[in-house]
Design a protein around this ligand. Structure first.
Ligand SMILES: *Cc1c(COP(=O)(O)O)cnc(C)c1O
Length: 390
């Protein structure tokens, strides 16, 4: 019976043991046993898919990975200890000295750090194109040594949207690896492989966990590329812990229902706040006022749980807004059942200069709300009362 990916996210499970458990047990074991020398030899010779050692594979981790593979419509995957180790593994396993990467200035802060500080140390150069770049501008960035295009859409924290299909066509024309960070939309909201992505990476720490409990990362996509990533990771060791995989696999059972509610709550908040006198602009992917609304409509199935707005009073208002909140939490995470507010200019991006912040889309009064699963008007009312004080 062919099952829908949402059913697979609920039903994919490790093979039932003799205990006849219903829920997957925790396989907290570093290594796995063999009946005899021949079985052990065959396993090490890759003649079967038995487990060897949990740095290579583990039943809980495989269950989690297989669910993400199903949700993204991919063919293979590998799970890692965090989103950043997944991103880093795609770079290190698939590029070498002398290669060139094209990306966007609007990427997650730590990814920006890897691209600009660490890749050059290994002789891998990069070019950033603006989020609003046309197909011609993407084309113009391609060099003879370009190996990969890496993008994130919607972007964090600016919530800009890049045309997945357009960039995918550029990648295809030049035979480049097309690597997409799909953390913000999740596979419930957007499936980049349908638009030509070769690889999709996730920070499972965010919406996939959805409750702020565990770090995790995963990369899914073309089997030949995943094989290289697997070989890199099994040697270098950024494996996902079986415990985190167990938690995250349980989370995937509810991802669809959670994302539906995160999105409908976020849309309600975005629609209600649009035009508020303390705000100069507001962004949400499925609001017609979003600058890339037409692209969002083409590639996204729902808007996701992040709403961004710009406070009229700039930097000082941002601090006052955070101080005035009573329900929303001030914390560095996003994608939680509990709503979170952040002000990048005074926190995560405070070390950058104003000019550097602006080039990555962070204006002084930018507020990012990760909309949780509380009752929608309780979230809205807290934001509205805080806006009145800033
Ligand atoms: C958080 C995040 C990451 C990094 O993930 P970790 O699990 O924190 O390592 C990468 N990309 C995006 C878009 C993120 O929001």
């Amino acid at each position: 019976m062919a099952l829908h990916p949402i059913t697979q996210a609920v039903r994919i499970q490790t093979e039932r043991t003799n205990e006849m458990e219903h829920s997957t047990p925790l396989f907290l074991t570093s290594s796995f046993c063999y009946d005899d020398a021949e079985e052990m030899r065959a396993t090490f010779a890759d003649e079967n898919d038995f487990n060897i050692y949990s740095r290579f594979s583990n039943p809980n981790v495989s269950e989690f990975t297989n669910k993400v593979v199903a949700l993204e419509g991919a063919e293979a995957g590998y799970a890692t200890a965090s989103g950043m180790s997944a991103v880093f593994a795609t770079f290190m396993a698939l590029m070498k000295q002398g290669d060139h990467l094209i990306s966007c200035n609007a990427i997650f802060g730590s990814t920006h750090g890897v691209v600009t500080k660490y890749l050059p140390k290994y002789g891998i150069e990069y070019t950033y194109v603006p989020v609003e770049a046309t197909a011609e501008e993407w084309e113009a960035a391609v060099k003879p040594n370009t190996k990969m295009i890496f993008i994130e859409t919607p972007t964090n924290p600016g919530l800009d949207i890049i045309d997945l299909e357009m960039v995918g066509q550029v990648a295809k024309r030049h035979n480049l690896i097309y690597n997409v960070d799909n953390c913000f939309a999740t596979p419930i909201g957007q499936r980049p492989i349908e638009f030509g992505a070769d690889l999709v990476v996730h920070s499972a720490t965010k919406w996939i966990d959805g409750q702020g409990r565990a770090l995790g990362g995963v990369v899914v996509g073309r089997p030949d590329l995943i094989k290289e990533i697997y070989l890199f990771c099994r040697s270098t060791g950024p494996s996902m812990s079986p415990f985190n995989a167990w938690v995250l696999s349980k989370s995937l059972e509810t991802l669809d229902v959670r994302m539906e509610r995160h999105s409908s709550n976020a849309l309600h908040i975005a629609e209600s706040l649009e035009g508020h006198p303390a705000i100069t602009s507001l962004k949400y992917p499925t609001l017609p006022s979003h600058p890339q609304y037409e692209i969002a409509k083409k590639q996204m199935l729902q808007g996701g749980g992040i709403v961004c707005f710009e406070l009229k009073g700039g930097l000082e208002s941002g601090r006052k807004f955070l101080d005035a909140l009573e329900l929303l939490t001030l914390t560095a995470n996003l994608g939680d059942s509990r709503s979170i507010a952040s002000h990048p200019a005074s926190t995560t991006h405070a070390k950058l200069t104003e000019v550097e912040r602006l080039t990555v889309g962070i204006t002084p009064g930018l507020i990012r709300i990760s909309v949780g699963l509380e009752y929608k008007d309780d979230i809205l009312n807290d934001i509205v009362q805080a806006l009145e004080k800033c």
